[in-house]
Ligand binder design. Sequence first.
Ligand SMILES: [Zn+2]
Length: 396
Amino acid sequence: MAKNVDATSPPAYEREPYRTALDASVLASGDEAGRPYVVLDDTILFPEGGGQPPDHGFLNDIEVFDVQKKGGDIRHYVAAPVAPGPARVRLDWDRRFDHMQQHTGQHLLSAVAQDRFGWQTTAFHLSPEVCDVELDVRALSPADLEALEEAVAAEIRAAHAVLPRRVTLDEFRALPVRTRGLPEGHAGDVRLVEIEGVDLNTCAGTHLSNTAEIEVLALLSVEPLRGGTRLFFVAGRRARRRLTRHEERNAALRKSLGAPDAGLVDAAKAKLDQLSETQRALRRAEEELAVAAAEAALAARARVVHAHFEGRDMAFVQTVARRFAEKAGARAALLTATREGQHVFALGVGDGFGDAQALGREIASLFEGKGGGSGRVFQGKAPGLSGVDRALKLLS
Ligand SMILES: [Zn+2]
């Protein structure tokens, strides 16, 4: 099996991180739980590691959608099997460059956070939308975040060279490297990445060649996490795209709410307050309407009354039934309603009429529906209301 990740001949993604195409050879292929993969003699596709996601790309015209280190091999997971022999490798450069911007941005952010502020990074995540570092600090104020973001911006502007290199274990031990730990069982050279004058760290990832290429690093938000703080950020083109989306959203909100950017939150809050007030007024009007409907049913003077309310809901017929039952004496009212295809019913029974719950259960079964209740009111839902006549016959 090809050993193309050993220290003596680092893969092309490490030697030339800006290279986007490579003529290589398929040395071996296989199938891992239904996922065909190939191993190449050299590759420009970075295998997932150190918080950096795997590259995507093409092998000839076949899509490579995942790259992983397995044993001493780099497995390229492909959409279809690829025959042994020569193969042209192409890199999804937009995806890779984004990862290089986020990843190099994180190196700089972590170095500045530790050296200027004493906040050590304990973890890093690079997700499709945002990145985060976990810092061993209990909380960060808006002023802390502004100071950190400004300090990082100054180092981006300073355009420091980013220099990856390999050193022997002895050289590594003699150098002031920020991360002293190596993976258990590490043998051979150690890959270092230096941001000139700022940071010297171990890392096997792909990096920009200069901090200026980070373009911008924006701190987004913080959340507490196991006694530390998770700090979300975006860098480079991702930050600019995010700003574009924010602007589009703000423009849509300005149009909908008729307010300038600075007034959007207040305008949205005012609309929501208005909506709550309208809903309260509507509930009061519905209550009054239900009371009037109950009075109308009582005024009918019939022993059994039926009324149907189009566009009303369960709460409405329940209120009518309750108000009716309070003054009904030896009378009963069957109230039905339909709204948005949903059928509901309520039975209100005066104290001299009979057992509302027993009658209600029988009516529910006539409607082929379900229901329940308490005291003199029973209510339920039904797939249809064609059982009304039989229900009224039952009550009469
Ligand atoms: Zn790195």
